[in-house]
Design a protein around this ligand. Structure first.
Ligand code: SAH
Length: 520
């Protein structure tokens, strides 16, 4: 006699969301193994049957009991709420089961908290999404944080399970902070407690507001993405249908063939692109953000733009299919990741690579040079209380989390990009300490701003003349305040690269003659 082990999902609560297949499996079983609470929802299907219950925490005991019963030839249902394959018992059964076991196994799917809670809120998970359990009972919290970072950087919609318990109070707020580092504080979210059970409660809020709430283990949080919208009492995430700004337009329009690809996003990059186009060469301008595209398009009317952070593979495909002739790397001196990628790409596609290298303008005698943002933070905190970040918004966390940072007032200048501004505010820089403006800035402007804000230390990068490095140095010297500078990152040596250290006067000729020499 061979037994049968049914792994039965009972859905979120009331039996209205119990599938017919699950009902049948319960009816056919002569032993039910379950956590007590679930029994009340399935009592119609298990009347008169033998029932084995253990406390919620004793999952292994329940799984082992179910497996042993099936080995003895019994037909047994092991019951989990929601879906038994999602943060539940099914995997444990597969771990316990032996290769030589002969009993039948049936996995009965069910409605998981993600989609039951989503249905109460509207349709927030209509496109890609991730789920993340915040319980560190079975998984180290660092992993949960790492996954949250990936979700944040991809701006994925996500569902948080096992949000907060008596024992785990802080974790959820740490995860919300991580999500806020990549997602806007305005992102629409929903909180659902006891979906389709007695005591059901739900509300819609924003990601920033979520940080002020308390939760429990009967609650699920759903976090939208930048497209998630509110209508009446509902939230929904559109699937696109051609209306996503940027992305779709870019997919449809193929870049021109045999073009020189200029990787820009900087004022001198746009100037390089303009001069290459004027020399009669076809160009494609690639910029990382939407804001870069807006600025670039203003000075390069008619050029083909590729904007948004393409993955390495997608970029390679686009360049290969359009027979790209050469790469001109005019990205920011601190954008070392993209520079490394472009060098590899030039080798893979066997095309010339020209790096536009801004001259280093700052020297040890004038400024305090540091290797990393961490080191700069420590130095600056020792030098002043009102610290101005002229470093862009990328490493704000590093500064704000440095020892003693809470005793300082941090001021920030960044480009007027909505997402970057929202991120800065969410990370704790108040709006009245943010200057959102397109650089480069003159000495006079820097002096006025720093004097007005009574800045007593500036942290900057050596972004060359085009990035306003000299103007910052002169302003700091005029005001007698220290300038802490993070050194440029070293990009690994690359044998076949052509590096142009240009001066502003010979800029145009340098790049054109270099392309000609390379046969482009
Ligand atoms: N297997 C279950 C998940 C178990 S993990 C499923 O697929 O749904 C337990 C977590 O699921 C809870 O902490 C809560 O975050 C979520 N959850 C389960 N049922 C829920 C319900 N009815 N309402 C809200 N959240 C629920």
């Amino acid at each position: 006699m061979s037994g049968c082990l049914n792994l039965v999902s009972v859905g979120p609560g009331y039996s209205e969301h119990l599938t017919e297949a699950a009902q049948l499996a319960l009816r056919q079983s002569n032993l039910i193994v379950s956590y007590e609470l679930y029994l009340t929802w399935i009592m119609f299907y298990i009347a008169g049957k033998e029932v084995l219950t253990t406390p919620l925490t004793q999952e292994r005991e329940r799984a082992e009991a179910a497996v042993s019963a099936a080995r003895e030839g019994r037909t047994v249902s092991l019951v989990s709420s929601g879906d038994i394959g999602i943060y539940a018992m099914a995997a444990l059964v597969f771990e316990i089961m032996k290769e030589h076991d002969t009993f039948a196994v049936k996995v009965l799917p069910g409605v998981t908290a993600a989609n039951s809670c989503a249905s109460i809120l509207g349709s927030p998970l209509s496109h890609d999404f991730a789920t993340l359990s915040l319980s560190d009972l079975l998984c180290p919290f660092q992993w949960i944080e790492e996954r949250a970072r990936a979700i944040a950087s991809a701006d994925l919609c996500c569902v948080l399970y096992n949000v907060q318990s008596e024992r785990r109070q802080d974790g959820v707020y740490r995860i919300l902070d991580i999500l806020l580092s990549g997602k806007s504080g305005e992102t629409l979210c929903g909180v659902v407690k006891n979906a389709y059970r007695p005591g059901q409660k739900s509300y819609i809020t924003s990601l920033a507001q979520l940080k002020k709430q308390k939760f429990d283990m009967l609650t699920t949080i759903i976090i939208g993405n930048r497209f998630t919208q509110k209508k009446r009492d509902w939230i929904f995430t559109p699937r696109g249908y051609g209306s996503w700004p940027g992305a779709v337009e870019q997919e449809l329009e193929a870049p021109p063939k045999h073009a020189v690809w200029v990787f820009s996003g900087t004022s001198d990059g746009n100037e390089a692109a303009r001069q290459i186009a004027e020399s009669g060469r076809r160009i494609v301008v690639s910029v990382a953000g939407e804001y870069g595209a807006v600025v670039g398009k203003a000075s390069l009317a008619g050029a083909h733009f590729v904007s948004g952070r393409l993955g390495v593979e997608q970029r390679k495909e686009l360049m290969k299919n359009s027979s790209c002739r050469a790469i001109v790397d005019a990205t920011h001196p601190y954008a070392d990741k993209i520079s490394s990628q472009l060098r590899v790409l030039s080798e893979q596609l066997c095309i010339p690579y020209v790096r536009l290298e801004r001259e280093c303008k700052l020297h040890e005698k004038d400024v305090i040079l540091c290797d990393t943002a961490e080191e700069a933070a420590v130095k600056a905190i020792n030098l002043g209380k009102r610290i101005f970040l002229a470093t862009g918004s990328k490493e704000i966390e590093t500064y704000l989390q440095a020892a003693g940072a809470e005793n300082c007032q941090w001021f920030l200048r960044l480009i007027p990009d909505f997402e970057m501004m929202a991120r800065a505010v969410n990370l704790g820089i108040p709006p009245d300490r943010i200057c959102a403006m397109q650089g480069p800035f003159s000495q006079v402007f820097n002096e006025a701003l720093w004097r007005n804000w009574q800045i007593d230390c500036v942290i900057s990068k050596d972004s060359g003349t085009a990035g306003g490095a000299e103007a910052k140095l002169k302003a700091a010297q005029a005001l007698g305040i220290p300038l802490v500078v993070i050194k440029r990152p070293g990009v690994a040596e690359f044998s076949s690269k052509t590096s142009l250290k240009y001066s502003s006067t010979t800029f145009g000729q340098d790049i054109i003659s270099s392309l000609s020499q390379l046969g482009v």
